[in-house]
Design a protein. Structure first.
Length: 79
């Protein structure tokens, strides 16, 4: 019985919805771009950095961040 419960718990953990947005800290960890640089990109006028605000909090869409990183890589753009 205990083995079955453990297996059920493991299944439930693996079926959690995957995170689709990042905080600045999570985006920095995921992308390798520093938090300070991400904040600069967010605060830059007319930025193409993929973020949105919920109140004062900036969130970054994971898929849009992946696309943005691919774009700047193809452009050989410096940050």
């Amino acid at each position: 019985m205990e083995e079955i419960l453990i297996e059920i718990l493991e299944t439930l953990k693996s079926e959690r919805p995957k995170k689709i947005t990042f905080t600045i800290a999570e985006a920095a960890n995921y992308s390798g771009i520093g938090q300070v640089k991400i904040r600069e990109l967010i605060n830059k006028p007319n930025t193409d950095f993929p973020f949105f605000k919920v109140g004062a909090r900036a969130l970054i869409d994971k898929a849009a961040l992946d696309n943005w990183m691919e774009k700047i890589t193809q452009e050989h753009r410096g940050l």
